[in-house]
Design a protein around this ligand. Structure first.
Ligand SMILES: [Zn+2]
Ligand SMILES: [Zn+2]
Length: 76
């Protein structure tokens, strides 16, 4: 478990917390998305959505994408 001076705590090896905007991210990849080089972006402006658990992450798949995922799983 890690903590920040803003009072946020988070667990897990993949989740990360931004010391600039003090938002937490479900994965390091999603954290990286809101930085463009040295430029800081609002998570929502790069297509991330806030989950019920308070982590920014990729939006849930659309029904069409979900269908493709299901098809891939079925084929595996
Ligand atoms: Zn940030
Ligand atoms: Zn913080």
């Amino acid at each position: 478990m890690s903590g920040c001076r803003c009072g946020a705590t988070w667990g897990g090896a993949n989740t990360s917390h931004c010391a600039r905007c003090h938002d937490s991210f479900s994965t390091v990849a999603n954290f990286d998305k809101h930085w463009k080089g040295d430029e800081h972006r609002a998570p929502a402006s790069v297509g991330l959505v806030l989950s019920e658990r308070g982590y920014w992450g990729a939006p849930p798949p659309t029904p069409e994408q979900q269908e493709k995922l299901d098809a891939l799983r079925g084929a595996a």
